[in-house]
Design a protein around this ligand. Structure first.
Ligand code: ADP
Ligand code: MG
Length: 631
């Protein structure tokens, strides 16, 4: 029979440590929570190598009395539970008096701590559970704890750690979530020497959210607010082009607590449909406040997943808040070219340089600038090569560009580029476009066609900006919107009706949706035996292979599930995509200008129905910066 042994203290501590110390991020969470418990208002966290080799947490909390420091590192040592009555909080808040003991058993730990009233602080070191140093030391009020070489004495656990980057990302995620949950505390996070987060701790939820999301997404956040029947939501969402391939930046707070709610995520993502690319997800921080009785009380308080008694109301409230925010706050994406940095010495003549820095500069008046000159003159610093003017070497004039170039002065007959008064402007085609209305801008700015690149991107000038427009995406969106808004579609009868034979499934799907198809301009009769006769189609689809078009439509309808709106939108997608001018197809200058105006005069047309951007804006100022005309 195997003999029963009592485990050594060290071994049992290592086993216990396994529960708390899973990876650097879990250690960080415990330590930052300790700082919060200690009443800190400023917490600075620094990590190196994903926290594996180094983590430092500094707070301005209450500190620990010199006598209590060694106790804090013992198992079951806590200042937070004194008697049996406090035990309830163990399961809810995770006070178990175990974290420091566990962490110090698998790492090298150093602590500097001082309470407000004590004259001296304590400098304490403990490695692998063994005390190394305990001496009085002068230090600021509060606590600094340094963790080095996690799992240095447990190589088996070390093996389970991921790459530094993943561990560092996990640490950053912990700090993001804690910072968002505590807008009243100022957090700083330094990762391998670089500060990546700083919240100001002013208690303002939006300011905090802005610091956390704005780090990558500055200028791309939109306010979202809404209220339906006692459910309130407010927060920040990102513009659709900034959606990411992961859901990492999605935060929902329910009555102040960070939670996960499938309903909220679904509502937000549904609102982005047709604006965000498939496979990309919006970033958001949304604060929900709902009557307490509507939250499912059976969900464990330590778990973050929540359920609501009225999921539909939550969905509707979030969906409409996000949808409205996107309609109001989204703007066209802007290209900000990288501005080359000009060295001021590069522009000086030798004479000027000598006068400024050599003739007048005695040793005592030498400034930093002089040191920079030395560095700059070293041959190792390569000067940027000038870009050759691409037009100089051209053998023949640009064939297409010249034809389509219409300068403001040189107005050719067929293209109108005058200022169009708002009430005079009537779109030339059957497609209506919302015209931007603004009290301050009674006149629409004229649009000048510059040309087209690669038979794909229309380049125009309007106001103080140049725009590049993807003609397929733009046309597709215009067609999609007009179908969606039930604007009458121009229908074209086919000279010879086309008979289409489909698979049983495809055939049934088309029959089920005949009414919807007819509204979209398709006149289709049932011929029996899986055959259909197509008599007319939207005019824009003339010339397409009708047979494969109908089967494609059927497939997209099949994919749509049962929601009516989704079925219709999928049909519009397919039709718009098929009917839109293809990239690479030649169109006339008049058509280009028409299309550009539709895009630029409408606030609605910013993404193609697949979520790709339709146009990019380059501001004149940015160009001038790029060419060094302005600083
Ligand atoms: P718990 O947090 O469950 O009490 P820990 O092992 O995390 O257990 O911490 C042990 C004790 O050490 C705490 O109860 C607290 O008194 C003290 N302590 C830990 N970190 C700090 C800190 N940053 N500031 C002040 N006291 C701290
Ligand atoms: Mg703790």
């Amino acid at each position: 029979m195997p003999k029963i042994n009592l485990l050594e203290k060290h071994i049992s501590e290592l086993i216990a440590a396994g529960e708390v110390v899973e990876r650097p991020a879990s250690v960080l969470k415990e330590l930052v929570e300790n700082s919060i418990d200690a009443g800190a208002t400023i917490i600075t966290v620094e990590i190196k190598n994903g926290g594996i080799s180094y983590m430092r947490i500094t707070d301005n909390g209450c500190g620990i009395d010199p006598d209590d420091v060694p106790l804090a590192f013992l198992r079951h040592a806590t200042s937070k539970i004194k008697n049996g009555e406090d035990l309830n909080s163990i399961s809810t808040l995770g006070f178990r008096g175990e974290a420091l003991a566990a962490i110090s058993s698998v790492a090298r730990v150093e602590m500097l701590t001082k309470t407000l009233t004590a004259d001296n602080g304590t400098h304490y070191k403990i490695e692998g559970g063994t005390e190394i140093q305990n001496v009085p030391s002068g230090c600021p009020n509060g606590t600094t704890i340094i963790i080095k070489d996690i799992f240095y004495n447990t190589p088996a656990r070390m093996k389970f750690l991921k790459k530094d980057v993943s561990e560092a990302n996990a640490c950053a995620g912990v700090i993001d979530r804690i910072a968002l949950s505590h807008p009243e505390i100022s957090f700083k996070f330094i990762r391998d020497g670089k500060q990546t987060l700083s919240t100001n701790g002013d208690g303002n939820l939006k300011n905090t959210a802005y610091s956390v999301l704005g780090r990558e997404l500055s200028n791309s956040l939109i306010d979202a607010n809404g209220e339906i029947g006692g459910v309130k939501v407010n927060g920040l969402i990102c513009k659709p082009v900034f959606c990411k391939p992961t859901r990492n930046n999605q935060y929902t707070f329910l009555n102040g607590r960070l939670v996960r709610s499938g309903t909220v995520i679904a509502a937000v993502e549904q609102a982005y449909k047709n604006s965000a690319m498939i496979g990309k997800f919006p970033s958001f921080v949304l604060y929900l406040s709902v009557p307490f009785e509507t939250v499912d009380v059976n969900v464990h308080p330590a778990k973050t997943e929540v359920r609501f008694s009225d999921e539909k109301r939550i969905f509707d409230c979030v969906y409409s808040a996000v949808k409205n925010a996107l309609a109001m706050g989204d703007t066209r994406p802007e290209i900000k070219p990288q501005t080359p940095v000009f060295n001021k010495f590069e522009r000086m003549t030798t004479q000027e340089f000598k006068q400024t820095y050599i003739e007048t500069g005695s040793k005592s008046t030498q400034t930093d600038d002089v040191k920079k000159v030395e560095v700059y003159n070293k041959p190792t610093v390569e000067k940027p090569k000038p870009v050759l003017n691409p037009f100089i070497k051209l053998e023949s004039p640009l064939p297409e560009a010249v034809e389509t170039y219409i300068s403001p002065k040189d107005k050719s007959e067929d293209v109108k580029v005058d200022v169009i008064k708002k009430d005079e402007y009537t779109p030339k085609t059957d497609i209506n476009v919302d015209i931007v209305k603004s009290e301050l801008e009674p006149e629409l700015l004229p649009v000048y066609l510059i040309g087209e690149a690669f038979n794909t991107y229309i380049v125009v000038q309007m106001g103080d900006s140049v725009f590049m427009i993807d003609k397929h995406a733009a046309h597709e969106r215009i067609l999609f919107n007009s179908l969606k808004d039930n604007i009458k579609v121009e229908v074209q009868s086919l000279l010879t009706p086309v008979t289409v034979v489909l698979s049983k499934n495809e055939y049934n799907t088309i029959l089920d949706n005949l009414e919807l198809l007819s509204k979209s301009g398709f006149e289709i009769d049932d011929f029996g035996n899986s055959a259909l006769v197509v008599r007319s189609v939207p005019a824009t689809l003339i010339g397409e292979d009708i047979s494969s078009l109908i089967s494609e439509i059927s497939l997209s309808l099949q994919k749509s599930g049962k929601v009516e709106l989704e079925i219709a939108e999928n049909l519009y997608h397919t039709v718009a995509c098929k009917a839109a001018i293809k990239a690479g197809t030649k169109i006339s200058s008049t058509e280009m200008l028409e299309l550009a105006k539709k895009v630029l005069y409408s606030k609605e047309i910013m993404y193609c129905p697949h979520g790709r951007p339709v146009a990019f804006e380059i501001k004149r100022k940015e160009l001038e910066k790029m060419f060094g005309r302005i600083q």
